[in-house]
Design a protein around this ligand. Structure first.
Ligand code: NDP
Ligand code: 2IT
Length: 453
């Protein structure tokens, strides 16, 4: 069967069997589409029915999470863990707590995670989990109650050699702490079963910083190919969570000027560069909105989301040389991509998972803007999670510098792998194709090695 017909059939199957899972469909369509040259060159992937297998999770766990708020009222949320692919290692991937989380969200993230984890060169399979729980406005006690209830079911399914969750949107150090405490209480074991742990109890130095730092290392590697660098570049960053904050921190270290950050309510623009200390205090300590940042920094402007009602986002309409979408999926639309082009942006480097819409991506490719796909550019977080697993297994703790050097090397290798693969398939610099083929090839070859399981 010709590969294009097979791809069409698999996508049709996904549409029919996963109704309403639009993000999952979007992620699979992008990956399968970019596999064409590989599938045309080597028939073994279709002979072994790898496409049909790889788009179906090995296991999907959906569970009720019942918890009690501070007023004694009972609440119910839905919990998910999608264990997508364990061919090259134990399931690995974050947990997201956000009211928009659905099965389709978790499946898209788990599917992307398979190839991202393969690109790191480490032995980790792909998974993702989460809940439609909304952490905003909840007390610490309520967050703890929710995390304990969530882990009371999840602990049956995870293990240090089986499935090792971590953070994602809405799940940071505080939540990992509560989840770990409950796991330990239920099992009586002090295991490296979660990553992103506190530094006093098994966490890795530089894990907190890793996704943002890694994203900046990746961008620098890419620019260097064209004799350019981040030094002196104005960088638009979206988001103001874990990934955005440490992207901004590393951009300053590289001599760039991070001129923006954003959250679900609005965007901060500061031509001289975001005040990182103020940002950390507002987001990491007070867990407050950026509206508050605007009240303490008189040199910035605050643009509420209502300013762009037609599918655009203020952060991408600012003058910038490089864009770092680091908030959430589909946050950079066609309108935004056109504005970035107009303003002279030369590189879009995805810190978030799938932040660019398909039509925006098409425009970016057609207009010669460099583009780093998230599954390559943001892989520093999960790679450092694996370094945390490795330290836990040997009861060691490496220094910040040791971990950071390993992270730099891993990001350089991921870049090289994606770039060299794009050359191999005659599309030099097309890292979407390069990353998808390289990640897929490693997992698919291993699936064939392991037989029909
Ligand atoms: P955080 O929860 O720390 O921060 C998320 C940020 O994005 C916040 O500023 C949040 O604003 C904003 N945001 C989230 N959802 C929306 C939305 N629907 N609309 C507008 N803004 C939104 O998450 P992370 O920084 O950890 O994650 C950011 C992205 O990076 C995600 O795509 C995640 O999957 C990806 N990622 C994270 C990794 C990690 O190690 N943490 C690793 C690799 C990728 P607000 O607070 O107002 O909601
Ligand atoms: O999307 C991601 O790679 C993450 N949220 C981090 C996963 C991990 O296991 O560290």
């Amino acid at each position: 069967m010709p590969s294009s017909k097979k791809i069409e059939d698999v996508l049709k199957y996904i549409r029919e069997c996963s109704p309403g899972q639009d993000e999952f469909y979007q992620a699979t369509a992008e990956v399968l589409d970019s596999l064409r040259p590989l599938l045309n060159e080597d028939p073994k992937y279709l002979e072994h029915n790898v496409l049909d297998r790889i788009v179906v999770p090995e296991r999907t766990i959906i569970f009720r999470v019942t918890w009690v708020d501070d007023a004694g009222k009972v609440h119910v949320n839905v919990g998910y863990r999608v264990q997508f692919n364990s061919t090259i290692g134990p399931y690995k991937g974050g947990l997201r707590f956000h009211p928009t989380v659905s099965l389709g969200t978790v499946k898209f993230l788990g599917f992307e995670q398979i190839f991202k984890n393969a690109l790191t060169g480490l032995q980790i399979g792909g998974a993702k989990g989460g809940s439609n729980f909304n952490p905003k406005g909840k007390s610490d006690n309520e967050i703890m109650k929710f995390c304990q209830a969530f882990m009371t079911e999840l602990y049956h399914h995870i293990g240090k050699h089986k499935d090792v969750p971590a953070g994602d949107i809405g799940v940071g150090a505080r939540e990992i702490g509560y989840l770990f405490g409950q796991y330990k209480r239920l099992t009586g074991e002090f295991d490296g079963v979660l990553t992103g742990k506190g530094l006093n109890w098994g966490g890795s130095k530089a894990r907190k910083e890793a996704t943002g730092y890694g994203s900046v290392y990746f961008a620098e590697n890419f620019l260097n190919v064209y004799d350019k660098s981040l030094k002196g570049k104005r960088c638009a960053v979206s988001g103001s969570g874990n990934v955005a904050i440490y992207t901004i921190e590393k951009l300053y270290e590289m001599g760039a000027i991070p001129v923006s950050c954003s959250d679900s309510k609005g965007t901060i623009y500061r031509e001289k560069g975001i005040d990182l200390k103020a940002l950390k205090a507002i987001k990491e300590i007070h867990h407050a909105s950026l509206e508050e940042y605007a009240t303490v920094d008189c040199e910035c402007s605050y643009i509420p989301v209502s300013k762009y009602p037609e599918g655009g986002h203020a952060v991408w309409h600012l003058p910038c040389d490089v864009a770092f979408p680091s908030a959430t999926q589909n946050e950079l639309t066609l309108i935004d991509a056109k504005a970035l082009k107009e303003n002279g942006c030369i590189l879009i480097n995805e810190g978030a998972n799938m932040p660019t819409t398909p039509d925006a991506l098409e425009f970016i490719k057609e207009n010669g803007i460099l583009f780093s796909p998230g599954k390559a550019a943001n892989a520093g977080g999960v790679a450092t999670s694996q370094l945390e697993m490795s330290q836990n297994a040997s009861m060691a703790q490496w220094s910040f510098e040791e971990v950071d050097i390993k992270l730099r090397t891993i990001m350089q290798n991921i870049f090289k792998t994606a770039y060299e693969t794009s050359k191999e398939f005659d599309c030099e610099g097309d890292l979407v194709t390069g990353a998808n083929i390289a990640g897929f090839r490693k997992v698919a070859d291993s699936m064939i090695d392991q037989g029909a399981v």
